[in-house]
Design a protein around this ligand. Structure first.
Ligand SMILES: [Zn+2]
Length: 243
């Protein structure tokens, strides 16, 4: 899927007995609201929104220019797709608005997420998605670490998934490896780099010459990957960054 294509914005639907036709409205604080006649088929809404995306973009820009700039539609950008590059997965997210509801996420099939939320509580919704990503990381990163450990013949005591602010991974004396769940947003080669890097720390706890020699014996491009990693925080999606 192309990320640059028109992304369906978040919207709420309101049924109205008086409405004769569908109306799209965007107001500060409420975001995009679709008012539909009583018996309207909701499945037609996404197409209707796509047809009017020029108007939606224009209206969004107009509102953004206004002094307060506080607009629910794009204040906390919630994703329509979650790309977990590190485990080669792309999930689509479908939001169902329920006023006052606590976010509840359901996995539908193996690439779709359905989130029942109050769309005005976007921060909480982002936090709910983030918890799901963390679980995904806990399912995919430890097996990869085990695999690389066997390949490189490096043993570690245990692994743990954490949410560190500034570290992608760490290795404590005794061989306990901690991995940042946000790694799953990075390309697979950078994920492997961090994992092998931490595995090499089980032999050398410092960044000495011996450590780099060992690391480069497993990954000849280690220096290049290390440089790429220093710039990798920018690869995190905005909604994760802002949490
Ligand atoms: Zn290190």
């Amino acid at each position: 899927m192309d990320d640059r294509q028109f992304e369906l914005p978040l919207y709420t639907t309101r049924r109205s007995g008086r409405a004769k036709r569908v109306t799209l409205r965007i107001a500060p604080g409420t975001g995009l609201e679709v008012v539909v006649p009583e018996r309207f088929d909701e499945r037609r809404i996404p197409d209707l929104i796509s047809e009017h995306h020029n108007w939606i973009d224009r209206r969004t820009r107009q509102l953004r220019r206004k002094a307060d700039g506080a607009m629910a539609l794009d204040r906390t950008p919630l994703p329509r797709t979650i790309h977990l590059a590190g485990c080669r997965e792309r999930w689509s997210v479908d939001y169902r608005h329920a006023a006052g509801a606590s976010p509840r996420l359901t996995q539908v099939g193996d690439r779709d997420l359905r989130v029942r939320v109050d769309l005005h509580a976007q921060q909480r919704t982002a936090a709910c998605l983030d918890r799901w990503c963390r679980k995904r990381a806990a399912l995919t990163l430890p097996p990869r670490l085990r695999q690389l450990g066997e390949q490189c013949k490096l043993r570690y005591a245990a692994s743990e998934i954490r949410g560190q602010k500034r570290l992608w991974g760490s290795c404590a004396p005794g061989g306990r490896i901690r991995l940042n769940y946000k790694l799953i947003f990075l390309p697979p080669e950078l994920v492997d780099y961090v994992l092998v890097h931490e595995l090499c720390h089980t032999m050398h706890l410092d960044h000495s010459r011996k450590f780099w020699d060992l690391l480069q014996s497993h990954l000849p491009d280690a220096l290049q990957l290390d440089r790429a990693l220093s710039d990798a925080w920018r690869l995190l999606p905005a909604w994760v960054e802002r949490l």
